[in-house]
Write a protein of this length. Structure first.
Length: 88
């Protein structure tokens, strides 16, 4: 599943506003602007760094491995991703 779709579904299922999510991230010393989160959720920005994705998954109650893999799939070279996937 695409990264943005996972984020969008997680936000909808959890029922939190983007401000609330950013507040929860700030409690974990992760400072992310609501506008940036919105753009990631709508596929207008690339996925976040790994530590942010782990925190987002915890906050939204979604599978962190699935979110992290979706982020990796969209941010690294497809040939490298396939090599890593096949090696695992």
């Amino acid at each position: 599943m695409l990264y943005a779709k996972l984020l969008k579904n997680g936000v909808a299922l959890k029922g939190l506003s983007l401000n609330q999510i950013c507040f929860q991230l700030a409690k974990r010393d992760i400072w992310l602007d609501r506008a940036v989160l919105s753009k990631m959720k709508n596929g207008k920005l690339p996925p976040a760094k790994d530590h942010i994705n782990i925190a987002l998954a915890e906050i939204l109650g979604i599978d962190s491995n699935e979110l992290r893999l979706a982020a990796a799939r969209e941010t690294i070279d497809p040939k490298l991703y396939e090599l890593i996937r096949c090696a695992g």
